[in-house]
Design a protein around this ligand. Structure first.
Ligand code: HPA
Length: 269
């Protein structure tokens, strides 16, 4: 029995009848979404094999099962980051569990630094693509030819279109751009930020990319959204810290939670 099958059985036992079709991963600032989950059943990660024991302040570590709009969802409040251990496989078991439970779509959220002047702190960006700067993969060691997964349109064009349509209806500006993944946990140097801009990145952050690779390998469609909490190092006078990220993220929490719920409700499966 794999750990994901064990965890799927544990979820079925703790939330009988749950049939989620959309998985959601909440990053810093996106926790407001949980207030929008109807008929929520909550399972602590320590009750589920293979789920991360969160070590980062601001990430609580619970799986929420319930509904948003017409869809049953499984919301991960808290994720495993590669910077916690150096391992990039920390989200493999949870994502396989959610796939096994029936999730076909993965909606990811994160906090990120902006590399574009017009994306000021508080702005939102949908990922069009990513750059895997550490060139680390959670698929190393996987077998079969499926491991050579295509990363073309890794961020599903139809889901991106849905996100834009919902934001437009709410008169919210939703930027679109390329997310560069760094291992962290240190923030970038100004020289690194200048380099990332030159190679085509619009935002920088320490998550999301391993999960996207895992989800594409598992056959899930992916949508990912960034809340820009700060300008990249050296692009403004503000100083960077995790506390700053969290305070910016908290300030935006209601607006982005509502937008995210409306986007999820509008997804066509
Ligand atoms: N860099 C990396 N990760 C981040 C940042 C940043 O500037 N802001 C929020 N997460």
């Amino acid at each position: 029995m794999t750990r994901s099958s064990d965890a799927a059985r544990q979820v079925r036992a703790l939330a009988p009848g749950a049939r989620p079709r959309i998985a959601v991963v909440l990053g810093s600032g996106w926790g407001g979404l949980t207030t929008q989950v109807r008929d929520a059943r909550r399972i602590r990660y320590d009750q589920l094999d293979g789920f991360p024991q969160a070590t980062v302040q601001g990430h609580s570590g619970e799986l929420w099962l319930g509904s948003i709009g017409p869809h049953e969802v499984a919301v991960m409040s808290g994720r495993k980051h590669a910077y916690e251990s150096g391992e990039v496989t920390g989200m493999r078991s949870p994502l396989h569990t959610l796939r096994e439970l029936g999730c076909e779509v993965l909606v990811q959220t994160n906090a990120a630094g902006s590399l574009r002047a017009e994306m000021i702190p508080g702005s939102l960006m949908v990922l069009a693509d990513h750059i895997n700067l550490p060139q680390r993969s959670p698929l190393v060691g996987a077998g079969g030819s499926e491991r050579f997964v295509s990363m073309l349109d890794a961020y599903d064009p139809a889901l991106r279109k849905t996100a834009h349509a919902v934001a437009d209806r709410q008169n919210l500006t939703l930027h679109e751009g390329v997310y560069a993944w760094t291992l962290g946990p240190q923030f970038e140097t100004p020289a690194e930020i200048r380099f990332f801009r030159q190679i085509g990145a619009d935002a920088v952050g320490m998550s999301t990319v391993p999960e996207t690779i895992l989800a594409r390998h598992a056959g899930m469609r992916v949508l990912a959204l960034s809340l820009l909490t700060n300008m990249g190092a050296g692009l403004s006078d503000e100083s960077l810290s995790h506390a700053h990220t969290l305070s910016q993220a908290l300030a935006a929490s209601d607006v982005v939670g509502d937008l995210l719920a409306d986007i999820i409700a509008a997804i066509e499966l």
